[in-house]
Design a protein around this ligand. Sequence first.
Ligand SMILES: *[C@@H]1O[C@H](CO)[C@@H](O)[C@H](O)[C@H]1NC(C)=O
Length: 364
Amino acid sequence: MADQFIEVDELRDTLLLPTHRQDVLTRIERVIQTIVFSVSEGEAPVLRLMNRCNWASVRFHESVGLVRKADVPVTTLRCDCPSSATRFVHLCTEMFSFLSVRDIYYNDPQLFGSQKTLDSILDDISCMLKVPRRSLHVFATSKGFISGDLCYLEEDGTKVDCNSSSTAVPVSSNVNGIRNIVSAAKFILIVEKDATFQRLLDDAFCTRLSPCIIITGKGVPDVNSRLMVRKLWDTLHIPVFALVDADPYGIEIMCIYKYGSRSLAFEAHSLTVPSVLWLGLLPSDIQRYRVPEETLIPFSQADESKINSLRTRDYISCQPAWEREIEAMQRLKQKAEIQSLSSIAPHFLTRVYLPNKLRYGGWI
Ligand SMILES: *[C@@H]1O[C@H](CO)[C@@H](O)[C@H](O)[C@H]1NC(C)=O
């Protein structure tokens, strides 16, 4: 009976508040009630968490990406067990501070050690409460950069202009608050590495060929970079290409934009862009463009295991063209970075490679 009331309350609050804050609070309160109940019963409280970082807890959905299974394995955190006590305390502290302070949390660095620890804790909390991370109203500083034919307004009304050919703008830390997006871009190019991104800026790539938007998450993308790509795709309806190194790590990063990651699979609907196209560097481009042999890097043990892991994933086996490229790379046992193109000619990437690829449809 009591449970039914909670459902009704929750529904009403969710409908009343566009930010779902009340919904989040209700869920946190319920978790805390359980802890308090255990303590009052003389038992050691436990927290039950979804196993975020486990391939067994996600499944692949063709139009969405990686989504969390309904019945995922659960980890139990006990406060009386040395191996999980610290994490237990961190989680509780975070939940309590959400209830009382409700705003920015980066106020006790000593407690958490590093921002990475705190980030991981926040992901745990949002996963446990089954709410998107941004509903916790904790905005992390973005590590990504964006440039090109794009202007928009931040939530507070600040105008952001990414349309200057020589500089980049940090990706907003509140992507959901962005409005009035104006752009004449013909496509979006996701760039894996900062160095390549810089090269494109230096060569004025966004104005030279045709108007476009370039964005980099500097390696493994953070949530804001992924939200931004998704937002631009939703708003502009233009093709999204990925430019990554021809190595297993580059493919993994591209797959995070396209299909999502295991740890944030419960948010796939707002984070993935299933139509991302692999523009380059394709393993088959290595021969096609005669990338000099001396710039190729032999596979390491880590590359070998990463590529084996990639090949077992559902989202690769449903794309024969990708599978063929990955097989070719595994046969070659060599990888090539985007930078290796500059050993063909200094501006080869921006003057020859990308224009050709885009003009003749060299993506898969
Ligand atoms: C960006 O600059 C170009 C060239 O100056 C212009 O044609 C275009 O309209 C600008 N785009 C936006 C979104 O302001």
